[in-house]
Structures are given as structure tokens and as C-alpha cells.
Design a protein around this ligand. Sequence first.
Ligand code: PEP
Ligand code: MG
Length: 708
Amino acid sequence: MARGAGSLPELVRLVAGELVSEVCSVYALKPGDILELLATEGLRQDAIGRTRLRVGEGIIGMAAATGAPLNLPDAQNHPAFAYRPETGEEPFASMLAVPVRRAGRTLGVIAVQNRNPRRFDPGEVEELETVAMLLAEVLSAAGAQDSTAEGLGATVPRRFPATVLVPGLAMGPVVVLGAAPPPGRLLADNTGEELLRLDRAVAAMQQGIDALIEAGLPQEATGAASAASREILDAYRLVAADAGWLRRVGDAIRGGLSAEAAVHRVSGDVRDRMRRITDPYLRERLADLEDLAGRLLTTLGGPGAVKVAPPGAILLARRLGPAEVLDWHGRGIAGFVVEEGSASSHAAILARGLAGCQVILRPEQDVRRVYQRAVEARAARQAGFAALRDLPAETRDGTKVSLMLNIGLALELVQLDATAAAGIGLFRTEIAMLARGAIADVPEQAAGYARVLDAAGDRPVLFRTLDLGGDKLLPGNELPPEENPAMGWRSLRIGLDRPALLRRQLRALLLAAGGRNLSVMFPMVATVAEFRAARALLDAEVAKVRPAPGELRVGTMLEVPALMFQLPELLKVVDFVSVGTNDLMQFLFAADRSTPSLAGRYDLLSPPMLDLLATLAEQCRAAGVALSVCGEAAARPVEAMTLVGLGIETLSMPASGIFPVKALLRSLDLPEFRRVLAAIRRTAGGAASLREPIVSWAREHGLEIDRG
Ligand code: PEP
Ligand code: MG
């Protein structure tokens, strides 16, 4: 066995003594997600190498699977307990199991057990965690890593299912951005000196971040875009200065660790917390912390992660933080692939417009050729799109369609001019708050909204009030757990129950308008009474804020099907309706929008949805109420064409949809399509989807339905 394994019996004996426990055992992760007993003090020695548990099985398996310590006074009666007779562990009641993790991967578990049913105190948990950190080095050196790691000499092409964060195509050599190696020196005697080193390193790191932000803002991101990059980066700076995590690093130093080891330890904790948090925005804030910890380690003089990549390389990383994106920007990176990330991640937001990629490793020659052609075709299409920018958004027969943008951060305002969109059909006000992790005060909110109005100029902006709740939670505002958060206490429901919050936002919007026109849209309205109550809060603020807005338009999102049965009353009180197809689809079909196995199961181009939209369009027209669609579906050319076919002539979408939709609409003979669509709907005959006949007709007529 490699270095370190020989000292394991010694280690488990020492730990058992130190924690006054009868048992201390180490389990190592083996290929196939098996945890094998590697050393033990107190259990039968002949169980070593024989006792095995799957990850997730038993208390040991659970600690490995969750990445979190388990502290159980009565482990044997825990529902997850898995009895292994060969170990002779019957007499031991309590157990503390701590996962052994390194660079985000679980390598094993260390556990102590006692006869007495007792809960281990926080100091003991801390001590075992420190041992686990040391052990991670031993296990890693002994080759306990995940056997799925690819050998260097691998030659077989591999495809990896991936989610596109930034649309685009790129080819290039892969450079793996490894985690910073663990610190060489773990323990330190001179706590004062280590704390001083930490203070100096924090100051240097913060200066470095300022310099990076100044130098690294994308050059093309001028005006509104740089303001918004700043929004993300300011949030990042706040995290950098956050006393909480720095205090935890200080505490770990006071516990005897070197400054490097303390940072390493806190960043490990952060990673573990991240694995347990599902909210993408909160995960992002923790990702910022992880990014910062890496920087702090480098500033402390530790060996940094890989920092060289040839121009045109594809960067492969577990995660990327905003500062890292800036770091790599300008070094000619063709794209990046992250193991953990979401479209709403700070890295993805900053990277949009910088670079993008999708993943095939070691493509075969013919695949390579196909992609080469695709890259060229895409470049040609982009050139064609540029020409579309200044052409009117209208169908071939001259029907004007208003194409607007869905945005949520000032960063995206630059898209207004880039796409020549008609305005902002959905400004998701909660996004900036989630990105910064807190609700801004009224002046700050007002300044943010004013920037949006400045950038939009004469173009309309529909500000949607806070759509928090569900899975969009702010730290410190944890809501009681709910069985179905998407249908729970969220969005306008929170706003009406906590009117001070909503009123502050409405005041900020009115202040931002400062006499200009203002459009306010309420989300998740389920009854006319809710709309009226929200409107009353707005009116109360209007009465107080001077100057009054120019034209004030107040509307509702239509996301809850119940509104369809209240249209006569609703249309008397709203100035506009905007259909949020993302939520409407999930509520109409009772299909959670964030359950991957349901994605694509129900189609917008289905008789019930098209009937609903046709009825809505008809009634809005009759009532003289403006109607738009702002769900993501509007960005898909076939859906967009169908919506226009139903008489919905304002579509709001992410920027990436504007040109493909415009291209299709400009070649569409709308009167003919309307006749065809009516016939298709009439003869639907219970079909689950009408996509096929609609797409066939579009193809037969040479319409470009696949551009994008
Ligand atoms: C929608 O539900 O379609 C919508 C636009 O709102 P969100 O996606 O922000 O819930
Ligand atoms: Mg919605």
C-alpha cells in the first residue's frame, strides 16, 4: 500500500484515545462507490478489507453521500443503520461519522463509536473534522480516488450530456483547471503570526480583486453592461469583505491550523454546504466564497491552481467564480465547461457575450468535420443576424410584431441596442436581489430601476414586482418548508401578506420613473381581488411620491389558469396582460417546470394551450387590453409564429431569441398561416400536440424554423 497507509493503524489508535472513544475506524472509497473498512481501533481486525458498504448505505454510507458529519447518540436504532456482524460493533451505541473530502470529492469516512449513548460535543466534531482533513491527504496519496478518472492515454471519443449555459460552438484543446493543491503546512504554533498573515492576505486579495475588476470588465460591456457587471462584482466584493467567513477562518487558526489550512478548511465547509442547497442563487453566493478562498490561498503564497492555457483552449473546471471568469477573459479562451453551474450562475451571466461551448471529448474525424462546418455556418448566420438588426419585425404581409426582451440584470441592458428590441417586456426585479443576496433599500432599488429606464429611453419597460419564494429564496428569509413550493407562499402572495416589502418596491419604481412613464406588472395573480389589492398598494404610493409618473400602466401576468375564468372582470381593471407560459404550462398541465423528467412532456403547441391563448387574445382585443407573451416559449421560432398566428403580436423573450424569431416572421405569410392554423386546430382530433403539422407546413413553405 502506498505512503501513509502504514500509519493508519497508528492514526486510528491516536484518534480513539484523543476523543475518548472505544472505536475509531477509517473507510476508504473504492471503485463502484463502495466504502471499505481500511483500518480500525476497537472493531474486529479481521473485518478490515471485508466490511463494505455502498455510498448511501448505513451511517457511514450516509455521511459519504451527504458530505456532512452524522452525530448520533443511538446509531444502531437509526433507520439508516446497516448491521455488519463481522465488525463486532453490537456494544457500541453512539457514533460520529465524518466524511473525508478533498477538492470537493469524498474519499472516505472516519468514524468514532462509544458504548455510552452520547452526542459528541462541537469541539469533538471539530477535532474529528481536522483529522479528516489530514486523512484526505493520506487517502488521496494511497490512490483512493474515484476510479472513473480518465487515464491520460485515453483515446476513445466520449460525449457528455451537458446543459448549455451560453449558447455557442467552439472547438479546442481541453485544459483542466484543477483545484488548488492542499496546503503543505497544516498546523501552526504561532497563532498571532498566522492571524497577521491572514489579515495581510485578505487586504492584498481585496486590492487584487479591485484591480481585476477595473482591468477585467469586458471592453464591449460599456454603459449599462458595465454597470451590471459591476452589480455582480459588487456583490462579490461584499462577499469578500463578509466578516462571517473571515471570522470562521480566524477561528480555525485559533484552533491551531496554519492560515492556509484554515482557509482550506472553511472552503471545504462551503463546498459541503453548497451540495445541500438547491437554490441556484444561494449556491452562487457560496460559489463566490469558494472562488475567494482559492484567491486567498494563492495570496497566502500557496501553490495556485493551473493558470496557463493556450489560446483557443476550452477550460474545464468544477466551478468558476466571477473573478475567475474575468481572469480568463482576454486570454483567448474559446469556451468553458463547468461541472457545477447554472444558466443563472454569475459565471454564466458574465460569460454571455464572452465565450460559450458544448462538450464532446476527443471527437472522431467525421464528428470534428461536422462541428467545423457548424462553427462556420454559425459564424455566417451570426453575420446574417447582424443584418437583421435594423430590419423591421414584421411578417411578409406587413403585420407589425413587437419583439421585446426578458431581462433581470443591468448587465443585460446592452442587449436592447444589440438586438434593437422594442423594449423590455419582462424585467424580473428579483434577479438582482437574489444575485446580491439581499433586498436593497428604496434608494438603491430606485437607482437600479432608473438605470433600466435610462437605458430603455422611449422604449417601454414592464417591471415585474418581486417574484420571490418557491425556490427563489434570500438568505435569512427562509420560508417554512412546503410540499409544493411552486404552488406555495410565493410571489405576489408574499407581497400582499407583507405589504411593507411590496410598497417599498413600488415606491422605488415610482421614484425611479421620476415623472417618466411607468409600467408595473404583478406576478402570480390568481384572483381579481388579488390584483385589486396590489393595485391599491400602488395607488397609495402614487399618492405620496412626487413627481407623479407620466403614464402609469398596471397589468398582470397570466400564469394561474384560474384567471382565465375571471376575464370579464379582470380585463376591466388591467391595462395589460402578459402570459408567463413557463408557469402557466406547469399549472395547466400539473407538471412541475423544474422536474427534468417532465421537460418536454407537454407541449405549448397543444389544443388546450392554443385554445386558452386564442380565447385570451380574442377577449383582450375586444376589451382593448394589450396582450403579450413573456415565457421562454416566445423565443422559439415555431412557438413564436404560432402565437402570432393566434393574434398575440407582442412577444418578450431572452435576447438570443430575437433574431431567429424575427428572421422567421419576416418570411411568414401570416394570413395564409392563420387559415392553416385554424384548420389544424379544427381537425386536432384529441392530439396531444399540434407541433408536427405546424412544423411540416413551415418546412414545406421554406420557413427558417431551425435558426438560432
Ligand atoms: C413565466 O412564468 O413564464 C415567467 C415569465 O416568469 P418566471 O419564468 O420568472 O417564473
Ligand atoms: Mg412565472
